[in-house]
Write a protein that binds this ligand. Structure first.
Ligand code: FO1
Length: 320
């Protein structure tokens, strides 16, 4: 297919974390809401101050709404922390930085979930109220929490990631309530109808695997054309613990090659996008039977995100 055709493809992006949100934002600038849906990891969800927090959903929503904090990648821009300061004075935990306007989202989600509204509908109410047109779909509506198994015991993901700044040594990961978690009907529909699946440059272990591990999703995905973007550039993660996790969970050095190999063990990839810094890895990744595209993959601002997405779609549309 040539350049103009790719806007007719039905695309589903799998995303989690800041890297995933930024790639999704690039795709959302070139594909309309009929042609792009984003399935988001909910393994990071947890309760804080009695509120239901869905960090990856909020990060995608805020980024597509153009109101996210561009330095951190999460939370809102122009944000205050008056409530956090007051809660600290009252002796409540203050290690998870909830901003004042951000709190309105968590209060709303908590209220609506308590009324029995499904997380998928709650997310729709929040994203459309912020002007986001694309479907942002939680992978499941039931709790499905990532537990970090560390050398000093098990902790929930946010305690590991934020409170402990992902420093504890990871022995493994497991998912709470995995038995009753199932993909939503909306997730099943968009995956069934998809021409192309994009695995965003998110953490393979705690952002992408929780989505792929849900019953039935891996089979649906691997039967489609799948293109991934490496979250590891020059042996490092752009953000977060992905590189450390390659060492601790797989005993392997972090590299674009090892990301491709990790996904290839699940027979997932038709194409893989790596950064120009990793040009020298193209041959060994191609040798896995994967089409490789080398380009600048930095996603630090919306314009770069759009440019990377356009190059990615031009490459991917030739594989469909
Ligand atoms: N990440 C941090 O490193 N520190 C924080 O204080 C923090 C607060 C926070 C509040 C709302 C939200 O939606 C995300 C927040 N994050 C924070 C990011 C979040 O922990 C991670 O982005 C994801 O869970 C990892 O993908």
């Amino acid at each position: 297919m040539n350049f103009s055709d790719y806007s007719k493809l039905k695309v589903v992006a799998l995303a989690g974390g800041v890297g995933g949100a930024r790639m999704a934002n690039g795709l959302a600038q070139i594909l309309d809401s009929e042609h792009l849906s984003i399935i988001v990891n909910t393994g990071d969800d947890f309760e804080f101050w009695g509120l239901s927090i869905s960090p990856d959903l909020d990060t995608v929503i805020y980024t597509l709404a153009g109101i996210s904090n561009s330095e951190t990648g999460w939370g809102l821009q122009d944000e205050g922390q008056r409530c956090l300061e007051q809660m600290r004075l009252l002796g409540h935990p203050d290690w998870f930085g909830l901003g004042d306007r951000d709190l309105a989202i968590h209060l709303s989600r908590t209220l609506w979930l308590r009324e029995g509204i499904r997380l998928t509908e709650v997310t729709k109410k929040i994203s459309s109220s912020l002007g986001v047109k694309h479907s942002i779909l939680p992978m499941c509506d039931e709790p499905y929490r990532t537990i970090a198994i560390t050398n000093s015991g098990e902790i929930d993901f946010q305690t590991y990631f934020v409170k402990e700044k992902w420093q504890p040594e990871l022995i493994g990961l497991r998912w709470e309530d995995a038995a009753n978690a199932k993909m939503t009907s909306q997730v099943k529909q968009v995956l069934t109808e998809a021409d192309l699946i994009i695995i965003c440059p998110s953490n393979p272990f705690v952002s992408i695997d929780p989505i792929l591990n849900l019953p039935g999703i891996l089979d649906l995905v691997r039967n489609k054309t799948v293109v991934g973007i490496s979250p590891i550039i020059g042996g490092k993660a752009v953000k977060g613990p992905a590189a450390k996790m390659f060492q601790e969970l797989l005993g392997k050095e972090a590299s674009a090659t090892n990301v491709a190999a990790y996904y290839q063990k699940k027979s997932l990839l038709n194409g893989f996008v790596i950064d120009t810094q990793d040009q020298n890895l193209k041959a060994e990744i191609s040798a896995m039977g994967i089409e490789v595209f080398v380009t600048n993959t930095m996603l630090m601002d919306p314009l770069l995100q759009k440019e990377v997405a356009a190059r990615l779609m031009d490459f991917a549309s030739h594989l469909v």
